[in-house]
Design a protein around this ligand. Structure first.
Ligand code: NAD
Length: 368
């Protein structure tokens, strides 16, 4: 097989700072584990606007379509706030998601033991937590027609439509089952089949896909409101949760807070398989460009590093090396290293972005 390719788009604000640390990690895997990638770098967001007058150049879009995986830092910043909507930095990211047809958004909620005190829940409820929320990203109530604000009699009515086709449900279900096979082998599907027809169809199709092609994966169904309660009560009961666009939006943000800081949260968006069998894929931290700390060496690079770990696991089928990298992050946290965002009320002295990156590479070296 040819060397896999990675397109790196650092973007704006802290994006380039955290990505520089990921590049050290990528270099380490090449030097020490023989895991080499063809790495290309390009512009997105405000950086692309400054260079080309658009937040994503057509050539960059074409390179993203060709790459085995795209790794993005963050986009946006106050400098671009007054730009026309069509060229705002965020449009670059939206174009990538749309044209690559990234229909499955993966948001892990993983709680490292050393940070369990950061959660708003009790330590024993979240310590060691490792769940994955798979949210359908390109359909559902945010896209369904009819939509709009209409006149009805002597008042106005706001309308949005929840709409899912069987094929849309089928493909997100498969994405969830495939992921579960790389994890603990369990999927919980969440909808509101008790009150919504789209939920009844969702449940039927997920069950059908399971019975036909994934009998080895354990499948359960839960109403999304009950699921939200269970996420707060005992989140460790879940492995993979699959749900629609709207419920996924809410449940993934709620699950994110189980783990504490924004600087720790990776994500992935996956599309259909390419001819080489790998899914189209974009990996990025959940956080934005953090203009308040950009250029000061304060950013936590862990969310971006863990996004690369997701790429190793889900694009490059290398769960062992992904676990090695997650283990290195766990080790530096256990050793007490903290960027500013990870210092609790008791304070302490923060390490810089570069020091955190170096410590992760040193922990990788120790893992050999
Ligand atoms: P943000 O995520 O950039 O920052 C929110 C807060 O979290 C800030 O106080 C920031 O300093 C802190 N923070 C975020 N990431 C951190 C990290 N890695 N280490 C330490 N602290 C971190 O959200 P915001 O302030 O609402 O938005 C800033 C800009 O980013 C805006 O232009 C927004 O549109 C853009 N944005 C981009 C993305 C993306 O690229 N995917 C996502 C959200 C926001």
């Amino acid at each position: 097989m040819s060397t896999p390719s990675l397109l790196i788009l650092p973007g704006d604000g802290i994006g380039p700072e955290v990505m520089a640390e990921v590049r050290k990690v990528i270099a380490w895997f090449g030097d020490r584990r023989g895991l080499t990638f063809t790495v290309e770098e390009d512009l997105v967001g405000g950086a692309a606007y400054d260079a080309h007058g658009v937040p994503l150049h057509d050539d960059t879009m074409a390179r993203a379509q060709e790459a085995d995986a795209v790794l993005l830092g963050a986009v946006g910043g106050p400098r671009y706030d007054d730009l026309d909507f069509s060229v705002k930095p965020e449009r670059g990211l939206l174009r990538l998601r749309k044209e690559m047809d990234l229909f499955a958004n993966l948001r892990p909620a993983q709680c490292f033991d050393a940070l369990a005190d950061f959660s708003s829940l009790k330590k024993e409820v979240v310590a060691g937590l490792d769940i994955m929320i798979v949210r359908e990203l390109t359909s559902g109530v945010y896209f369904g027609e009819p939509r709009g604000i209409f006149e009805e009699g002597n008042e106005r009515v706001g309308i949005n439509t929840q709409r899912y086709t069987e094929s849309e449900i089928d493909r997100i279900a498969r994405a969830a089952f495939d992921l579960a096979r790389k994890r603990d082998g369990r999927v919980c599907s969440m909808e509101k089949a008790n009150v919504m027809e789209s939920g009844i169809l969702w449940r039927e199709v997920v069950q059908k896909v399971h019975d036909a092609d994934y009998p080895d994966v354990e499948l359960s169904h839960m109403y999304a409101d009950a699921g939200a309660m269970q996420l707060c009560r005992w989140p460790k009961q879940f492995d993979v949760i699959v749900t629609d666009n709207l419920f996924g939006d809410l449940l993934s943000d709620a699950a994110a807070m189980l783990t504490g800081s924004l600087g720790m949260l990776p994500s992935a968006s996956l599309g259909a398989p390419m001819p080489n069998g790998r899914p189209k894929a974009l990996y990025e931290p959940v956080h934005g460009s953090a203009p308040d700390i950009a250029g000061q060496g304060k950013a936590n690079p862990i969310a971006c590093v863990l996004s690369f770990a997701m790429a190793l696991r889900y694009s490059f089928d290398n769960g062992d090396e992904a676990s090695r990298l997650e283990g290195a992050v766990e080790q530096v946290l256990a050793d007490g290293l903290r960027t500013g965002d990870l210092l609790g009320e008791e304070g302490g002295s923060p390490v810089s972005t570069v020091e955190m990156g170096d410590a992760i590479v040193a922990a990788l070296e120790k893992s050999l």
